[in-house]
Design a protein around this ligand. Structure first.
Ligand SMILES: [Zn+2]
Length: 165
Protein backbone atom coordinates (compact mmCIF):
# COMPACT_ATOMS: atom_id res chain seq x y z
CA UNK A 1 0.00 0.00 0.00
CA UNK A 2 1.43 3.41 -0.97
CA UNK A 3 0.13 6.87 -0.16
CA UNK A 4 1.10 9.76 -2.41
CA UNK A 5 0.27 13.47 -2.26
CA UNK A 6 -1.18 15.30 -5.27
CA UNK A 7 -1.74 18.91 -4.24
CA UNK A 8 -4.65 19.01 -1.78
CA UNK A 9 -5.37 15.33 -2.30
CA UNK A 10 -3.75 12.18 -0.97
CA UNK A 11 -4.17 8.88 -2.78
CA UNK A 12 -3.62 5.50 -1.13
CA UNK A 13 -3.13 2.78 -3.72
CA UNK A 14 -3.35 -0.94 -3.04
CA UNK A 15 -3.79 -4.11 -5.07
CA UNK A 16 -2.14 -4.97 -8.36
CA UNK A 17 -2.58 -5.46 -12.10
CA UNK A 18 -5.87 -7.40 -11.70
CA UNK A 19 -7.58 -4.94 -9.40
CA UNK A 20 -6.25 -1.73 -7.97
CA UNK A 21 -7.99 0.30 -5.28
CA UNK A 22 -7.37 4.04 -5.02
CA UNK A 23 -8.62 5.75 -1.85
CA UNK A 24 -8.74 9.51 -2.34
CA UNK A 25 -8.87 11.98 0.55
CA UNK A 26 -8.86 15.77 0.78
CA UNK A 27 -9.89 18.51 -1.63
CA UNK A 28 -10.29 18.06 -5.38
CA UNK A 29 -9.21 21.51 -6.61
CA UNK A 30 -6.82 23.34 -8.96
CA UNK A 31 -3.76 22.07 -7.05
CA UNK A 32 -4.54 18.44 -7.84
CA UNK A 33 -2.56 16.73 -10.62
CA UNK A 34 -3.71 13.13 -11.10
CA UNK A 35 -3.12 12.66 -14.81
CA UNK A 36 0.63 12.09 -14.50
CA UNK A 37 -0.04 9.05 -12.29
CA UNK A 38 -2.56 7.31 -14.56
CA UNK A 39 0.03 4.97 -16.11
CA UNK A 40 1.28 3.76 -12.72
CA UNK A 41 -2.24 3.03 -11.48
CA UNK A 42 -3.43 1.06 -14.50
CA UNK A 43 -5.13 -2.31 -13.87
CA UNK A 44 -7.89 -4.50 -15.31
CA UNK A 45 -10.25 -3.05 -12.70
CA UNK A 46 -9.66 0.25 -10.91
CA UNK A 47 -11.82 0.92 -7.85
CA UNK A 48 -12.08 4.62 -6.95
CA UNK A 49 -13.12 5.29 -3.36
CA UNK A 50 -14.04 8.93 -2.77
CA UNK A 51 -15.93 9.16 0.54
CA UNK A 52 -13.06 11.12 2.10
CA UNK A 53 -13.11 13.85 -0.54
CA UNK A 54 -14.38 16.86 1.39
CA UNK A 55 -14.72 19.52 -1.33
CA UNK A 56 -14.70 19.74 -5.13
CA UNK A 57 -14.31 22.80 -7.35
CA UNK A 58 -14.76 23.21 -11.09
CA UNK A 59 -11.08 22.92 -12.01
CA UNK A 60 -10.70 19.89 -9.76
CA UNK A 61 -13.65 18.11 -11.36
CA UNK A 62 -12.22 18.79 -14.83
CA UNK A 63 -8.96 17.14 -13.74
CA UNK A 64 -11.02 14.23 -12.37
CA UNK A 65 -12.84 13.72 -15.70
CA UNK A 66 -9.53 13.57 -17.59
CA UNK A 67 -8.22 11.18 -14.95
CA UNK A 68 -11.20 8.78 -15.24
CA UNK A 69 -11.06 8.96 -19.05
CA UNK A 70 -7.31 8.29 -18.93
CA UNK A 71 -7.78 5.17 -16.80
CA UNK A 72 -10.50 3.91 -19.18
CA UNK A 73 -8.32 4.63 -22.22
CA UNK A 74 -5.62 2.51 -20.59
CA UNK A 75 -8.04 -0.43 -20.60
CA UNK A 76 -9.29 -0.29 -17.01
CA UNK A 77 -12.85 -1.05 -15.99
CA UNK A 78 -13.78 1.68 -13.48
CA UNK A 79 -15.80 1.03 -10.34
CA UNK A 80 -16.83 3.92 -8.08
CA UNK A 81 -17.20 2.92 -4.45
CA UNK A 82 -18.32 4.81 -1.35
CA UNK A 83 -18.76 7.98 -3.43
CA UNK A 84 -18.81 11.22 -1.44
CA UNK A 85 -22.05 13.23 -1.53
CA UNK A 86 -20.11 15.98 -3.34
CA UNK A 87 -19.01 13.49 -6.01
CA UNK A 88 -22.58 12.24 -6.56
CA UNK A 89 -23.75 15.85 -6.96
CA UNK A 90 -21.19 16.27 -9.76
CA UNK A 91 -22.17 12.95 -11.41
CA UNK A 92 -25.80 14.07 -11.59
CA UNK A 93 -24.82 17.13 -13.62
CA UNK A 94 -21.91 15.81 -15.67
CA UNK A 95 -21.98 12.17 -16.90
CA UNK A 96 -18.22 12.27 -17.63
CA UNK A 97 -17.57 12.41 -13.88
CA UNK A 98 -18.74 8.80 -13.70
CA UNK A 99 -17.24 8.19 -17.13
CA UNK A 100 -17.47 4.58 -18.29
CA UNK A 101 -17.52 3.48 -14.65
CA UNK A 102 -20.25 1.88 -12.58
CA UNK A 103 -21.23 3.07 -9.11
CA UNK A 104 -21.23 0.27 -6.53
CA UNK A 105 -22.04 2.34 -3.44
CA UNK A 106 -22.48 6.01 -2.52
CA UNK A 107 -23.31 8.39 0.29
CA UNK A 108 -26.58 10.30 0.54
CA UNK A 109 -27.95 12.64 3.23
CA UNK A 110 -30.42 10.83 5.48
CA UNK A 111 -32.45 12.00 8.45
CA UNK A 112 -34.28 10.02 11.12
CA UNK A 113 -37.81 11.45 11.60
CA UNK A 114 -38.03 9.69 15.01
CA UNK A 115 -34.86 10.86 16.78
CA UNK A 116 -33.65 13.61 14.37
CA UNK A 117 -30.27 11.98 13.72
CA UNK A 118 -28.67 13.25 10.49
CA UNK A 119 -26.16 11.01 8.73
CA UNK A 120 -24.38 10.59 5.43
CA UNK A 121 -25.72 7.09 4.78
CA UNK A 122 -23.96 4.60 2.55
CA UNK A 123 -26.25 3.07 -0.10
CA UNK A 124 -25.34 -0.19 -1.84
CA UNK A 125 -26.44 -0.01 -5.50
CA UNK A 126 -26.47 -3.80 -5.99
CA UNK A 127 -28.87 -4.22 -3.06
CA UNK A 128 -31.09 -1.19 -3.75
CA UNK A 129 -30.66 -0.67 -7.53
CA UNK A 130 -34.28 -1.31 -8.54
CA UNK A 131 -35.79 1.08 -6.01
CA UNK A 132 -33.12 3.71 -6.70
CA UNK A 133 -33.90 3.69 -10.43
CA UNK A 134 -37.59 4.08 -9.53
CA UNK A 135 -36.53 7.13 -7.45
CA UNK A 136 -37.64 5.33 -4.26
CA UNK A 137 -35.11 5.99 -1.49
CA UNK A 138 -34.43 2.80 0.51
CA UNK A 139 -35.67 2.99 4.12
CA UNK A 140 -32.36 2.52 5.90
CA UNK A 141 -32.41 1.77 9.64
CA UNK A 142 -31.35 4.59 11.96
CA UNK A 143 -28.06 3.74 13.65
CA UNK A 144 -29.28 5.29 16.91
CA UNK A 145 -32.95 4.20 17.29
CA UNK A 146 -33.08 1.54 14.53
CA UNK A 147 -36.31 2.91 13.06
CA UNK A 148 -36.47 3.76 9.32
CA UNK A 149 -34.75 6.95 8.18
CA UNK A 150 -35.79 9.11 5.24
CA UNK A 151 -33.77 10.75 2.48
CA UNK A 152 -33.06 14.38 3.42
CA UNK A 153 -33.32 15.63 -0.18
CA UNK A 154 -35.34 15.21 -3.38
CA UNK A 155 -34.57 11.70 -4.78
CA UNK A 156 -34.32 12.97 -8.37
CA UNK A 157 -31.47 15.29 -7.36
CA UNK A 158 -29.39 12.49 -5.91
CA UNK A 159 -30.25 9.37 -7.89
CA UNK A 160 -30.17 11.00 -11.34
CA UNK A 161 -26.63 9.73 -11.92
CA UNK A 162 -28.01 6.16 -12.18
CA UNK A 163 -29.83 6.97 -15.42
CA UNK A 164 -28.05 5.32 -18.28
CA UNK A 165 -25.92 3.11 -16.05
ZN1 LIG B 1 -33.40 7.49 14.87
Amino acid sequence: MATTTHGSLTVTASGGADERRLVLAGRLDESVGLLSSVAGWGAAVVVLETERITAINSIGIREWMHFVAGLSAGGARIVHERCAEAMIEQMCFIPAVRGAGTVRSFHAPYRCPHCDLEVSALIDVEVHGASLRAMQPPALPCERCERPMVLADVPERIFAFLNGS
